[in-house]
Design a protein around this ligand. Structure first.
Ligand SMILES: [Fe+2]
Ligand SMILES: [Fe+2]
Length: 413
């Protein structure tokens, strides 16, 4: 039996029965047996099955399970702080029953939202002792530590998926929307795995493809900023996808231009500056549901005062989502060490953003962004140095201009 639907039905049944019968009751034992058999079959065939419960959706690995939309037990698990279950190895029947008891206890704790229960909920998705590991902070992590150290195992998959997506787009097969949504969903789960919102940025710097990492970071930052200004969850997701795809047009830039270490000629610069329009066109041709992402791709190098590129025939303010992604985009670009400049400290980037609020950036968004980032205590100095740029990455854009001034520095994000 290796069908996720069968397992989930059995899991729901077991959790329900556990509330009715004590340990050892034949009905309870049968229900646990069925769920165990379901998960064991999945582990046997899948290796490391994982489930995500978020916003009324259930995702198995990367596949949304349409039949489980608004599944009651999925909502109850998510509401208990269990948004993700990852099974690392096959378990014994006893271990599985212990895991079920843990789940059952967590779900029932939601009845009373005390501080103590929230603490238990935050630990509740960490089931390492029975071979299931969630995405929350480890229990040993200090509360104020950069809350990012637990995400590396899972984000590797997101990086791989994004790189695969870039390959699909490069081969003119369009933008795989399901995968883009899955990445954004995973990032959202990672951000909310603990009782505090966390920004899974630091570990992403361990990967060696600049723009792949940059795109994921911009997606995370954009979703966090959208949440902080109280956007609806559907808007947050759409902005996350827009952040993820904002630089997709760079795949049309020839690799020798992208990897040129010195200043670009005017022709080369013109090629680089086509990436917003190219990206928007690719997105629109791929999927009509991605109109916001297309707009953001087009506008993400436009300044609030109408400068930047593409040059608009009529100066107009860009959309809110574009102004939001723009800030996150510049922040991530400046805090990243590149061959032509060191990473800027966070405070220096904040000063830059604040100083250009009203000309380059929307001041209504700069303030909540800086406040949000200061709350996270994100430290640029703690970011590991990225390796040398991978010139095989068609979307990586190492130095294209000598970085003698700020305007050059931010022209290439
Ligand atoms: Fe960018
Ligand atoms: Fe860009």
């Amino acid at each position: 039996m290796n069908d996720p639907s069968t397992f989930l039905h059995a899991l729901g049944q077991a959790l329900a029965v556990m509330g009715l019968y004590a340990e050892g009751h034949p009905s309870r034992e049968r229900a646990v047996d069925a769920a165990f058999s379901g998960l064991d079959g999945l582990s046997e065939s899948n290796g490391k099955p994982s489930f995500t419960f978020l916003d009324g959706e259930v995702v198995y690995g990367r596949d949304p399970l349409r039949d489980f939309k608004d599944w009651d037990w999925g909502n109850r698990l998510a509401g208990s702080g269990i948004q993700r279950i990852e099974v690392e190895r096959r378990m014994s029947r006893d271990e599985f029953e212990g895991f079920l008891q843990e789940l059952h206890a967590r779900v029932n704790f939601t009845a009373t939202a005390t501080g103590e229960n929230r603490q238990m909920r935050s630990l509740g998705i960490r089931f390492g002792s029975v071979g299931i590991q969630g995405m929350s902070l480890s229990a040993e992590a200090a509360p104020d530590a950069p809350p990012l150290e637990t995400l590396g195992q899972s984000l590797g998959e997101e990086v791989e998926t994004l790189r695969w997506m870039q390959g699909e787009v490069q081969s003119d097969r369009g933008i795989p929307l399901v995968e883009a949504e899955a990445i954004v969903r995973s990032l959202s789960v990672a951000m909310h795995a603990d009782r505090h919102t966390v920004l899974p940025l630091l570990q992403l710097k361990e990967f060696d493809q600049y723009t792949t990492t940059h795109s994921l970071n911009v997606a995370v930052l954009s979703m966090a900023l959208a949440e902080s200004i109280k956007c609806r969850s559907s808007e947050v997701r759409a902005i996350g996808i827009a952040g993820l795809l904002h630089d997709i047009g760079k795949i049309r830039i020839p690799i020798d231009v992208l990897t040129k270490p010195g200043p670009l000629s005017s022709e080369e610069r013109a090629l680089v500056q086509r990436h917003p329009a190219d990206g928007a066109q690719m997105i629109m041709q791929s999927n009509e549901d991605l109109d916001l992402a297309a707009v953001v791709a087009y506008e993400h190098h436009m300044m609030l005062d109408g400068c930047g590129y593409p040059v608009a025939h009529y100066r107009r303010p860009s959309t809110l989502a574009s102004r939001l992604v723009h800030i996150c985009d510049v922040f991530d670009a400046l805090r990243t060490r590149r061959p032509y400049r060191e990473a800027w400290e966070s405070d220096r980037v904040f000063t830059y953003l604040i100083g250009r609020a009203g000309t380059d950036f929307d001041p209504v968004l700069v303030t909540p962004f800086v406040e949000m980032m200061r709350r996270t205590q994100l430290s640029v100095s703690a970011v590991p140095d990225p390796p040398a740029p991978d010139t095989s990455d068609p979307v990586s854009a190492p130095s294209q201009y000598s970085a003698t001034g700020v305007s050059d520095v931010v022209e290439r994000y």
